[in-house]
Write a protein that binds this ligand. Structure first.
Ligand SMILES: NC(=O)NCCC(=O)O
Length: 378
């Protein structure tokens, strides 16, 4: 079976591990068992008709005497491109708007409060730039999101490519956060730009300059760590330092490059920073008419490899949701009790025991030209 046919680790575990062992295997691999989220029949039917994977789970927290539970439902959407990569750009965008719109509609039926799409959701893979980079907030992508946000009373996190007209047409890889009022709350730009495999993104857009913004929404404090930023523990950390309770990681990455890292990085960030993380990956194999190389000795080729989906949510207690399909579009809905962030923080105290002043001083020295590593020799 090829990588683009293998459905998911979870499906394989359920198929081959005896029911007696499965709970233990899941506990060890996935942490405390999450409860399955029940959906209205209309939502299950719509997902089946529209041909996407619908999964849901509940992360519970202990009840507290002085605070009410803070329940929020997040929706993670992964999708294939709809039209070929050489179809007219506006047709591609319209087809993706339609597809994502029908998935968001199911999210609304299931009471989702915050939805996040995959990186550069309204285009084929962002590493091969095409000739249409909309402006925000005027572009097609934003208008669609304002409409959805207002219609469904849902915060929409929309990762797009942005052209910054007031700064010489600079391109950025950006996530726009649209409030559930339908207004743009703000935008945040991808801090770390990959130069790995075929992801030659530094050719196309710049390292973000918006720092580690956190957005206060009606449903909690959220941040967006775009794709390659997930390999940088300090990037997650700074969003958390600014108070993020949920950090979304909209991504576009392929199996050969990163699949073994995928289940670890966002999950580790949730543990290390006492927050929830939502890792969303593009799905499918995208074919480009013009072949390309990355100067790494490989023959010129037409495809990046298989975008393996597998979107998931991780919690501060180390537990995680099942992953969505590796090969199909999907909607993962997780119900979070945000009280869990402080409860786990009070138990493990990573924030309290972090030696930030010491790291700060040492990092300040380490970035100087005359830095001498602190190595003791005999
Ligand atoms: N889109 C993107 O940043 N991809 C880089 C590859 C990776 O981070 O796995």
């Amino acid at each position: 079976m090829s990588a683009s046919e293998f459905e998911s680790v979870e499906a394989s575990l359920s198929k081959y591990i005896s029911p007696g062992d499965l709970d233990e295997v899941r506990r060890i691999l996935y942490g405390k068992q999450t409860r399955k989220l029940d959906f209205p029949q209309s939502a299950t039917d719509a997902a089946a008709e529209r041909g996407f994977d619908l999964q849901g789970c509940v992360f519970e927290a202990s009840s507290e005497q002085l605070r009410l539970p803070r329940i929020v439902r997040v929706g993670l959407i992964q999708n294939k491109i709809v039209l070929p990569t050489d179809a007219p750009v506006l047709d591609q965008i319209a087809a993706l708007h339609k597809r994502v719109g029908e998935i968001v509609e199911v999210a609304a039926m299931c009471g989702v409060n915050i939805v996040c799409f995959q990186e550069a959701w309204s285009k084929s893979n962002p590493s091969l730039l095409m000739n249409y980079i909309p402006n925000i907030p005027k572009g097609h992508q934003s208008r669609k999101c304002h409409f959805l946000a207002k219609k469904y009373n849902m915060v929409v996190v929309s990762p797009i490519l942005e052209r910054d007209e007031i700064h010489g047409g600079t391109l950025w890889n950006t996530a726009v956060v649209v409030s559930n009022s339908g207004k743009v709350l703000g935008k945040t730009r991808k801090n770390h730009i990959p130069r790995v495999g075929d992801f030659n993104e530094s050719t196309y857009y710049m390292e973000g300059n918006t720092g580690h913004r956190v957005f206060q929404t009606q449903f909690g404090k959220i941040a967006v760590n775009i794709c390659y930023g997930r390999h940088h523990p300090l990037n997650w950390f700074m969003y958390s330092m600014n108070g993020a309770e949920i950090i979304f990681n909209p991504s576009a990455t392929v199996g050969e490059l990163s699949e073994p890292m995928w289940p670890i990085e966002a999950r580790n960030a949730a543990i290390a920073n006492h927050c929830f993380t939502c890792a969303i990956n593009r799905v499918g194999t995208e074919h480009f008419k013009n072949e390309f190389t990355s100067g790494d000795g490989r023959k010129a080729h037409h495809e990046f490899g298989h975008f393996y989906g597998s979107s998931y949510v991780a919690a501060p207690d180390g537990s995680r949701s099942p992953g969505l399909s590796r090969i199909r579009d999907g909607l993962l809905i997780a119900e979070l009790d945000l009280n869990l962030t402080r409860q786990i923080g009070d138990q493990w105290n990573f924030k309290m025991t972090g030696r930030y002043e010491m790291y700060g001083e040492e990092l300040t020295k380490a970035v100087q030209n005359d830095f001498k590593p602190n190595i003791i020799k005999e």
